[in-house]
Design a protein around this ligand. Structure first.
Ligand code: EPU
Length: 419
């Protein structure tokens, strides 16, 4: 079990340049999309994070050949040799469900384990299932596995009852090879969904309305290979921006896409930080006085749920009371109890966390329960006086590439301990 140990300082000021990696949540569906063709799909700006390795293990089991290099990945699925995504893999990474749509569309059958519970709350996949059924799939559930079958998917008019990133991605992929037109309404508009759709278009898909709530897809008989770059990770970028504001530091983020971070940048400015935006670069200069504010998570372009835990840490240093309302996941406050161990003053009431600041935190041993919770604990550890040890740090490796190395180069006293 690896741990991260941080020597925190109340007066730590991070300084320097950090290169933002490719997006975890964009690369996972892009990898799944390679199941839609027998030709080679080449992806650039691929982050070397654990979820990518988990996805590649899954893909190998399904018949994919791949070659992963520094920042580049080529994938080729000449034939789908197995139609099954096992419980072991789906439990390790819920995004495994993204193979369902493309596998079904290409080979007429997909068997995927039901994901079950998750650290951030109930995460059903009913919207994926309903959509695929509307495309003509026959879906059965037995022994914890979903089997979806269809000799030929047929286009349909589908309205998502609720915005779903993975559901939109699964359905767009399936619709690309369905016969006729599919209209998807109330689609998630996250940049990661748009990045996937641009890849699909390069592969020969006919999709209108990229980035809009309604997309129209004209099914084609087959898709081909493509070369495609993964967008920068807006959540990694946001995490470093919070690190800059929190430590009243001065950071330059490079290879970032500022237009994906508008809401996050607005909130950082409200907190008092100076944020300068240039093409592919963002500079943040933290302010001595951090202002409190209320934040409500919502689907893109709203404030991302994946940045909620990190902003909570910033709010512990703000003067006054801040209220964070989580509307996407019903149990995404697992970091609160750990932040309390560091001395934060936070109460949770239903979907709200009420943060009283400013508090001076002191280092302690804490345990990460999910990816973004881990990020928040590392941020808190930077400014909590003394040693903070973050246990079960493998969660952080799922989505951040060498976070401790990047922070160390900015002046943090942080190291990874194994065992
Ligand atoms: N939902 C349903 N039924 C469904 C699907 C979703 O009720 O069939 C609900 C979920 O329970 C949740 C809401 O709809 O309350 C939104 O879930 P969504 O499907 O959008 O989430 P996801 O696709 O499972 C992706 C990201 C998450 C991110 C969410 C929200 C990937 C691989 N994961 O998950 O990322 O929090 O969108 O933006 O893209 C993370 O990176 O730490 C992470 C959890």
């Amino acid at each position: 079990m690896e741990k991260i140990k941080i020597a925190g300082r109340d007066d730590l000021k991070l300084k320097g340049t950090v290169r933002v990696s490719g997006s975890k949540n964009a690369v996972l569906p892009a990898i799944a999309a390679s199941l839609l063709t027998r030709d080679k799909v080449e992806l650039g700006n691929v982050p070397l994070v654990k979820d990518v390795h988990t996805m590649l293990t899954l893909m190998k089991g399904l018949g994919a050949d791949f070659h992963l290099r520094r920042n580049g990945l080529s994938l080729e699925v000449k034939t789908i040799s197995s139609a099954e995504a096992t419980y072991e893999l789906v439990r390790a990474m819920r995004a495994s469900i993204l193979v369902l749509g493309p596998m079904l569309a290409r080979s007429g059958k997909a068997v995927v384990a039901l994901p079950g519970g998750c650290a951030i709350g109930l995460r059903p996949i009913d919207l994926h299932m309903n959509g695929l059924q509307k495309l003509g799939a026959n879906i059965t559930l037995k022994h914890g596995y979903i089997t979806a079958e269809a000799t030929q998917l047929q286009g349909a008019d589908i309205t998502f009852e609720k915005k779903t990133v993975g559901g939109t991605e699964n359905l767009v992929m399936a619709a690309c090879l369905a016969r006729g037109e599919t209209v998807l309404r109330n689609c998630a508009r996250e940049p990661e969904v748009v990045n996937l759709c641009s890849l699909l278009v390069k592969m020969g898909a006919k999709i209108e309305g990229l980035g809009e709530e309604t997309m129209k897809i004209q099914g084609v008989a087959e898709l081909g290979g493509a070369v495609h770059d993964i967008i920068p990770d807006r959540i990694e970028a946001g995490t470093f921006l919070v690190a800059g504001a929190l430590t009243r530091g001065n950071l330059l983020l490079t290879e970032v896409e500022p237009s994906h971070l508008i809401t996050v940048i607005d909130k950082l400015r409200i907190s008092g930080a100076k944020v300068e935006v240039k093409k592919n670069k963002i500079r943040i200069t933290g302010s001595e006085v951090i202002r409190s504010q209320d934040i409500t998570t919502s689907p893109y372009p709203g404030f991302p749920t994946d940045m909620q835990a990190q902003f909570m840490v910033l709010m512990t240093r703000a003067s006054g009371t801040s209220i964070i309302t989580e509307t996407i996941f019903e149990r995404r406050f697992s970091h609160v109890n750990e932040l309390l161990r560091l001395g934060a003053s936070i109460e949770v009431s239903g979907d709200k966390a009420i943060i009283h600041g400013p508090t001076k935190m002191s280092g302690a041993e804490v345990t990460a329960t999910d990816l973004r919770a881990s990020a928040s604990l590392i941020l808190a550890g930077l400014v909590a006086k003394g040693w903070t040890v973050v246990n079960e740090v493998e969660h952080i490796d799922r989505g951040y590439e060498n976070i401790e190395g990047k922070l160390r180069r900015l002046g943090a006293d942080i190291e990874r301990l194994s065992g």
